[in-house]
Design a protein around this ligand. Structure first.
Ligand code: C2E
Ligand code: CA
Ligand code: CA
Length: 770
């Protein structure tokens, strides 16, 4: 991953390099085009200066020549025309004024005497002489030498001739000219390939001349080209004034000198660029650091926060955006910290009451159990809470929870702790060593005797408690909770304010759970059997009724008796399926029972839930009407307690059955505390006196009184009476004597399978006196 700093550096360095390259390129272009212009300007200046110098030089030469022409002796010599005198005079005068060429002409310009062969210039001289009588000058190329020539008239006093004085254009002159014009001068004569004189570097020039000699035609043009290759910009000088012979002058300025200057400039620019780049780099690194450092510090803070460390505040050193970000992060940190604290609080405490929640109470209890010190647990439930919720609304009732918590805390004090394990469940722990749990728990229950009020509405909460001694009755959390719950449900079942857990209740509870679980399987697989227990009509001494009793043999649990599993099935809701199975099985068995010689009433036991269900009612009516043969009638037995639990609804439903001509028995009569008025209203036609009053009838005068009174009362209400649990002859006889209508019990017959029932019935019929 490329860091932000590196990216910033890369971008800036690239940008800067681009900018510097563009500047350098632009400067270079401008300078190199300027350099050509500059060199040309230099040549222009040099050319002008050069011409001026040359003219000035010629003017001075004329002046000097004029001095000679004015000399008396000289004029004499010219006038006398003595050749020898003339020669010596010329030589003397010429030497005196430093001329390297001397000659004289006649007045028409015809050469009379001279130091050089002037054939080339003869016409030019004559022309000039004929044009003017004043002195004039010329440039001459004679005998491979260049001369500046001054021509002056000689008068005595009339014009007697002209004297010409020539001065060689030598290295000295050229150097003088060079020092003023700042340009190198090369002299070319006679269209020669070899330059005759130059101010250029001698050694270099020899090489040049050599090269010039081997290439095509010579002249200034060829030399210009050759020189340009070595970095010279050259130009031939357009000489002013009269010229005789082939003279060319070439001015050269060094273009390489300019190039050197340019290179220096380039180097300057590059060094400035490098220095600037370095400075900018330092600036960028500093800047990048000033950005990346706070970012890195903020990132570290964020990472710390991610790891759950909120101890250090995020430091904001600057007031810029980073400062703002740090400030925001700080805010975030505080918010997260608060929220986390809230969440962890909620993980352990109940927000509504501020009490420890189930999790927290679990860890507290585990710690307490680990210490192995004795304590008492009371699992408290507000028994009427659902009713109150229905009555006043959930939110109103919830308002009381904090008050309830306060009440509990006030009672428990420092002696233990209180937690809320469910919405309607509080767990109170007392650190007490004695064995009188009641003394500890009672103040709590008692504290609820006073109502609590909100909005002027007073509410009475009815608590119940399941109590447990720890660690004797539970030495681990799971057992503790389960056993406290068992004790609590016992308290509710027995309608007691509190119930102390009884040894073994857990095992019973576990067995109940197991049975409930296995029952489900038994229903799915139809793992039941039906037994039939006959009933004897005591008046006719004939058997005309049987009661269907269910049997369950489980592959794992073995024989489970209905007294055990029926109440569990009622609790778990599985009872409807059992009733359906019994009903179905009875209808199947009817095919066999149809062979019975007499009419037979088959009693089927219904539970409270069955008689409250419209669907079940419809099923019962349907089966009774369509699925049984003519000699069979179905009767239904409902326990007294089931009937009075929801008397109104039960009554309505049972009336439907009664109207359909089905017999209804009130089972287990005597156990359910039903009043006479209730009994009177119930749509039943039989009472079955509970076997607990009958089994020891012969021995118990009390039972005798009860049974006798019950029979009387039932008859008074127009009900038939069945006594069940008749185990001996004495009881049977008593019952018959008291006018009891039917009896059922081991004395007559134990419940038997269908296959045994028919032979038994036949045998019974056979024994009956005709
Ligand atoms: P219950 O309806 O009162 O049935 C009579 C019970 O007394 C039967 O027990 C029967 O075997 C027993 N018994 C009969 N004669 C004597 C006797 O002389 N001495 C003694 N000690 N007991 C006698 P069982 O079959 O164990 O049934 C127990 C209870 O289970 C029944 O009491 C009934 O409430 C329930 N139950 C049985 N089968 C069904 C059923 O198919 N549906 C429903 N809902 N409940 C059933
Ligand atoms: Ca029964
Ligand atoms: Ca019974």
């Amino acid at each position: 991953m490329i860091s932000f700093r590196s990216k910033l550096l890369l971008i800036f360095v690239a940008l800067l390099s681009l900018v510097f390259a563009s500047i350098t390129w632009a400067v270079f272009n401008a300078v190199s085009s300027a350099s050509v212009t500059y060199a040309n300007n230099e040549l222009d200046v040099a050319e002008r200066v050069f011409n001026k110098l040359l003219l000035e030089n010629r003017r001075q030469l004329i002046e000097r020549a004029s001095l000679l022409a004015d000399d008396y002796g000289f004029r004499q010599a010219v006038a006398t025309n003595e050749e020898e005198t003339l020669i010596s005079v010329l030589a003397n005068h010429g030497e005196r004024i430093g001329a390297s060429m001397v000659f004289i002409t006649d007045s028409a310009g015809k050469l009379r005497l001279g130091s050089h062969d002037l054939t080339v210039a003869e016409n030019l001289i004559a022309n000039n002489i004929s044009k003017a009588e004043r002195p004039f000058s010329l440039l001459l190329a004679v005998e491979h030498q260049a001369f500046q020539l001054a021509m002056v008239p000689v008068r005595a006093p009339s014009l007697i001739g002209w004297v010409g004085l020539g001065f060689t254009m030598d290295a000295e002159l050229l150097n003088n000219l060079k020092s003023v014009s700042k340009a190198n001068i090369t002299l070319l004569l006679d269209n020669a390939r070899q330059p005759s004189l130059t101010t250029l570097d001698a050694a270099e020039f020899v090489e040049l001349s050599h090269e010039l000699a081997t290439t095509g035609p010579g002249g200034s043009g060829a030399l210009t080209q050759l020189l340009s290759r070595q970095g010279w910009l050259s130009r031939p000088v357009l000489l002013e004034g009269d010229i005789a012979g082939d003279i060319e002058l070439l001015l050269s300025v060094s273009a390489t000198q300019l190039q050197d200057k340019l290179n220096k400039l380039q180097n300057h620019i590059v060094s400035i660029g490098v220095v600037a780049l370095a400075l900018v780099l330092v600036a960028i690194v500093t800047m990048a650091n000033s950005i990346s450092r706070p970012i890195a510090s903020l990132a570290r803070s964020a990472n710390r926060m991610a790891l759950g460390d909120y101890s250090k505040p995020v430091t904001a050193t600057s007031r810029d955006e980073f400062g703002m970000l740090a400030h925001s992060l700080n805010g975030l940190q505080t918010a997260i910290k608060d929220r986390e604290e809230k969440i962890s609080y909620q993980a352990e405490y109940d927000i509504e009451t501020g009490l420890a929640n189930r999790e927290k109470s679990k860890s507290e209890l585990e710690a307490l159990l680990a210490k192995k010190r004795p304590f008492v647990v009371a699992l408290l439930k507000l028994d009427n809470l659902n009713r109150l919720n229905d009555l006043y609304g959930l939110s109103f009732i919830q308002q009381f929870m904090p008050d309830i918590a306060q009440r509990l805390l006030a009672v428990v004090g420092a002696q233990g702790f209180v937690s809320r394990t469910k919405n309607n469940e509080f767990l109170v722990v007392f650190n007490c060593s004695g064995n009188n749990a009641d003394a500890a728990v009672w103040p709590i229950l008692d504290s609820f005797s006073e109502s609590l009020s909100h909005d002027n509405i007073a509410i009475n909460f009815e608590p119940r408690a399941g109590i447990l001694y720890c660690p004797e009755q539970a030495d681990n959390y799971e057992d503790l909770i389960r056993r406290a719950s068992i004790a609590l449900s016992e308290a509710r079942k027995l309608a007691l304010p509190s119930y102390l857990y009884q040894e073994g209740a857990d095992e019973i509870h576990l067995r109940k759970l197991t049975i409930t679980a296995y029952l489900q399987q038994a229903i799915q697989q139809g793992n039941f059997e039906l037994m039939y227990q006959p009933q004897l009509d005591l008046q006719s001494n004939s058997v005309n009724g049987v009661e269907a009793l269910i049997r369950w043999t489980d592959p794992v649990l073995g024989k489970v008796f209905p007294d055990e599993f029926i109440p569990l099935a009622e609790e778990s809701g599985a009872i409807s399926d059992i009733t359906r199975w019994v009903l179905g099985q009875v209808c199947k068995d009817c095919a066999v029972l149809a062979n019975a010689e007499s009419t037979l009433n088959v009693g089927i036991n219904l539970s409270a839930k069955d008689i409250l269900s419209k669907t079940m009612l419809a099923e019962l009516l349907d089966k009774a009407a369509h699925a049984v043969p003519a000699n069979i009638t179905l009767g239904f037995e409902v326990t007294e307690t089931a009937l009075i639990a929801d008397a109104h609804k039960a009554m309505d439903n049972l009336k439907v059955l009664q109207q359909a001509g089905l017999s209804l028995s009130m089972d287990d009569f005597g156990t359910g505390f039903s009043s006479l008025s209730q009994l009177k209203l119930m749509p039943v036609d039989k009472l079955k006196i509970d076997k607990s009053f009958v089994m020891k009838l012969d021995e118990s005068p009390e039972d005798q009184s009860i049974v006798q009174a019950t029979i009387k009362m039932a008859h008074a209400l127009g009900l038939k009476v069945v006594a069940e649990g008749v185990e001996n002859k004495a009881a049977g006889e008593m019952l018959k004597a008291w006018g009891c209508d039917y009896m059922q019990g081991y004395y007559l017959a134990r419940p038997m399978p269908l296959l045994d029932l028919l032979p038994w019935l036949q045998q019974q019929a056979a024994q009956q006196p005709a």
